[in-house]
Design a protein around this ligand. Structure first.
Ligand code: SDX
Length: 380
């Protein structure tokens, strides 16, 4: 009997979850019952993280208590700062993030516990520290002193502050907050699946999150936002976008970064919101080049995919590239910023996994030879 193979686990349900729901046909993303389109415009990243980790949005008091639980953890231990100082300045920032997570685990005397209280303690610490890790590495690799966090600021605001030493404007903080909310959670995407698969052996949280960082870095996943901007920079102008796209589509296996999705068959709802943000930033800054080039790429891809009868649309990484560019972030920081948001979704899934665990161990169908007899090496 021939076995069914689900390469890439496409279409396979590995578990149930209460955290988020994606309707790929309608283009809907729901975090614990709330539509992302409402959350993105009305809830802060801290409110959404509380929602993802609990059953509902927090009350005023619950949110205040949650924020007070996060703020003391903004500070990085000195040994983590020292490790970030040792990182080669030209290394990919996701190597720095992944290494800092490992160092946090190495220096946490209670790292091993997977009881939910300990997992929650580590989750608070990592969610509060990811912005500090990314901002500190950015400062250090540019030969600048690390900036101590400001506990009076939100996660989004403190991240921007630790990059420059200047209190961010309310507008910049709001844009950052929207981007973090949109990138926080997305079901069993590759990095979240990896986090849960690693946690399913009952290893520690830091090992699971380190693995998730490695997965997110890939250009088919969280690395796509940087790949989009690298493509736009390589193309250089609106008039050259069409040739670039046609050249990729004419290459067997060619992929235009920022387009397509394993689940969405229509436009990613996050891309719709980020397109509006990019348009607003382009108008506000007067620098519409990257937004205009993105619109042209979307136009050409829509025309070509319609011709092919394929539903390949912009995903969350496509317009986030121009948003992050106009916010002034270096291109290789885009994926670490994705991680600053996704740590909240990863932790929500680790709470679920550790609370009702089953070791993840799929099978593979062997298609190799059988019945070979061993020959001594001088007879081979
Ligand atoms: C994220 O899973 C998540 O939820 C992830 C994410 C999250 O929030 O965690 O949403 C974030 O990772 C978004 C995706 C970012 N990645 C990219 O933008 C990289 C470019 N996209 C593709 O590599 C691709 O679309 C994937 C990886 C996203 C999805 O790939 P699938 O589901 O494995 O589909 P596939 O590669 O097998 O393609 C199916 C068909 C192919 O046609 P055929 O070869 O079968 O004729 O669609 C075509 C592909 O040619 N296609 C594309 C395309 N994506 C799919 N053609 C051109 N350009 C593309 N980008």
């Amino acid at each position: 009997m021939s076995e069914t193979i689900y390469q890439g686990l496409a279409g396979v349900n590995v578990d149930t979850t209460q955290i988020s729901h994606i309707d790929g046909l309608k283009g809907e993303l729901i975090y614990r019952g709330y539509d992302i389109r409402e959350l993105a415009n009305k809830a802060s990243f801290e409110e959404v993280t509380y929602l993802l980790w609990n059953d509902d949005l927090p009350t005023q008091d619950q949110l205040a208590e949650f924020k007070n639980g996060l703020k003391p953890h903004y500070i990085l231990p000195q040994e983590v700062i020292e490790v970030l100082k040792l990182m080669p300045k030209d290394t990919h920032p996701m190597h720095a993030v992944r290494t800092a997570v490992s160092m946090l685990g190495a220096t946490d005397s209670a790292a091993e516990g997977v009881d939910l209280d300990n997992v929650h303690r580590i989750g608070l610490s990592l969610t509060a520290k990811f912005p500090s890790i990314v901002a500190t590495f950015e400062r250090l690799r540019n030969g600048q002193e690390a900036i101590s966090p400001d506990p009076d600021l939100s996660i989004a605001g403190n991240f921007l502050y630790m990059l420059t030493g200047e209190k961010p404007t309310e507008a910049a903080t709001n844009v950052m907050d929207v981007a973090l909310v949109l990138h926080a959670e997305h079901g069993s995407n590759a990095s979240t699946f990896v986090a849960r698969a690693v946690a399913s052996t009952l290893t520690d949280v830091y090992s699971s999150i380190t693995a998730a960082c490695g997965s997110l870095k890939g250009p088919l996943h969280g690395g796509a936002n940087a790949a989009v901007m690298q493509a736009l920079e390589k193309i250089g102008s609106v008039s050259k976008v069409e040739d670039y796209v046609m050249n990729i589509l004419g290459t067997p296996g060619g992929r235009v970064m920022g387009f397509g999705h394993r689940v969405y068959r229509v436009l990613d709802p996050r891309a719709i919101i980020l397109k509006e943000v990019s348009h607003h930033l382009a108008e506000e800054s007067g620098d519409s080049k990257w937004f205009e080039m993105s619109l042209e790429m979307e136009r050409v891809m829509d025309r070509e995919m319609t011709k092919k009868g394929k539903e390949i649309k912009p995903n969350v990484d496509f317009f986030s590239a121009s948003v992050y560019r106009m916010l002034g972030f270096p291109t290789d920081m885009y994926t670490p910023i994705f991680a600053v948001a996704r740590i909240s979704g990863w932790m929500a899934h680790l709470y679920e996994q550790y609370a009702d665990n089953k070791l993840m161990r799929p099978r593979m169908v062997y298609e190799g030879p059988l019945g070979k007899s061993f020959k001594a090496i001088n007879n081979r």
